[in-house]
Design a protein around this ligand. Structure first.
Ligand SMILES: Nc1ncnc2c1ncn2[C@@H]1O[C@H](COP(=O)(O)OP(=O)(O)O)[C@@H](O)[C@H]1O
Ligand SMILES: [Mg+2]
Length: 389
């Protein structure tokens, strides 16, 4: 139309129209395919597209029939109008803009939906991570706990094992002497070496005493063994130190005084303190220390005192007795240790009292020690952690 003269263009017009028709048919085919594939809005586009094609064909036909061709009068009667294709085009474009608008808003909705879903997924992810973290923490704690329990069990087992070994050694070593003695006495009586009845009674009494002290030793040793292996359970109670001291004074005051000794109780600044203790076990410690003091003090006094130092209450039992030599001092808390000086004396000894006291104090988390100047008396100290009210 633009580059050829009207005569030539008119000449090629039918060819042009055929090509246009083919192209239109090709486009219609594309519409139908889109419909079959259910593309959104394809149906509307196809209907309006087909409408456009019909109007275009209408226009072509209308314009192709010459006015003076009477053979075509009938056809022209059907195709009354020309230039319908512009209306068809408007409808088509309008339909396209509707579909475009629909698709765009749909896309917006989808984007919004997606971002909503993403938000939820993000939240779920955070929750999952948090719960995973909590689970890992929980499991780690459980593992640490069971590890601790295992360690404790192992320690307890080795404690029991060690104390069992020591118990056996003690029995075979420290019980041998008295049992051999008893055996000797009995053999002497049986063999008639000790024939005199009075003598026999005297030896039978000796045997009896040995058996009593052996029984006591067995009991103490068993108790020590139980304490050492932590098989004895502490019955802990919160008690005020002033109460405890008053009870100790009333419990042992008589024994001290009837041994001809003074008993002084000095509370110093400890009146306000509290300790968490198994009262009966701590009485045993006091009893061991006080009876030792009585045993090794001929005259003078026994002084019981308590003072506070930082987190601890420090109890002290002092006497004005024989004292302990520097050679013996490091060993007096050992099992069966009896200082050389007191060994041959008439005083009854098992050498287990201080070992038991030490075990009880250490079981309470405290410590025990002694101080002495030979000949000038001894002082025994032990600490117990102070309790807050
Ligand atoms: N207050 C004390 N004065 C002098 N020596 C002491 C005193 N307390 C303990 N000892 C010495 O420590 C040793 C061990 O004491 P202990 O374990 O109580 O056994 P035991 O009282 O059966 O001898 C005693 O044999 C004694 O030599
Ligand atoms: Mg003793």
């Amino acid at each position: 139309v633009l580059f050829t003269p009207a005569r030539i263009f008119t000449h090629f017009n039918p060819l042009y129209q055929i090509i246009t028709t083919i192209l239109i048919l090709f486009v219609v085919r594309a519409f139908i395919l889109a419909c079959a594939r259910k593309h959104p809005g394809a149906l509307l586009i196809t209907i309006t597209g087909v409408f456009l094609v019909i109007t275009a064909i209408n226009d072509i036909l209308f314009l192709s029939i010459p006015f003076n061709d009477y053979d075509m009068t009938f056809l022209r009667h059907i195709i009354r109008t020309g230039n319908l294709s512009s209306s068809g085009l408007i409808v088509f474009i309008f339909a396209q803009s509707i579909v475009l608008a629909m698709n765009t808003s749909k896309a917006f909705f989808q984007v919004e939906e997606m971002s909503e879903k993403l938000k939820i997924a993000d939240k779920q992810k955070d929750e999952l991570l948090a719960s995973l973290e909590a689970k890992v923490k929980e499991r780690t704690l459980e593992l640490e706990e069971s590890n601790k329990r295992l360690k404790n069990a192992y320690q307890n087992l080795s404690l029991v094992e060690n104390s069992r070994k020591r118990l056996l050694t003690n029995i075979s070593h420290d019980f041998k002497t008295p049992i051999t003695l008893i055996q000797g006495y009995i053999e002497a009586i049986v063999d008639g070496i000790i024939g005199n009845k009075d003598e026999q009674i005297k030896y039978l009494n000796l045997i009896h005493n040995k058996i009593i002290s052996l029984t006591q030793m067995t009991n103490e040793l068993f108790e020590l063994s139980q304490l050492e292996s932590r098989q004895t359970k502490l019955n802990l109670q919160k008690v005020s130190i002033s109460n405890l001291m008053a009870k100790v004074e009333s419990k042992y005051g008589y024994d001290v005084r009837s041994a001809g000794l003074d008993f002084k109780v000095d509370l110093l600044d400890s009146l306000s303190g509290f300790v968490n203790i198994d009262v009966n076990q701590i009485y045993r410690v006091f009893s061991n220390l006080i009876f030792n003091a009585i045993k090794f003090t001929r005259e003078g006094s026994i002084i019981l005192s308590c003072r506070l130092s930082q987190d601890n209450a420090i109890f002290e039992i002092s006497d004005t007795g024989l004292g302990i030599s520097n050679d013996d001092l490091p060993f007096i808390f050992d099992r069966f240790y009896i200082a050389s000086k007191s060994r041959n004396s008439s005083l009854k000894s098992s050498g287990l009292g201080l070992a038991i006291a030490k075990e009880i104090i250490e079981y309470h988390g405290g410590s025990i020690w002694a101080d002495s100047k030979h000949g000038c008396g001894s002082s025994f100290y032990f600490t117990i952690r102070l309790e807050n009210l």
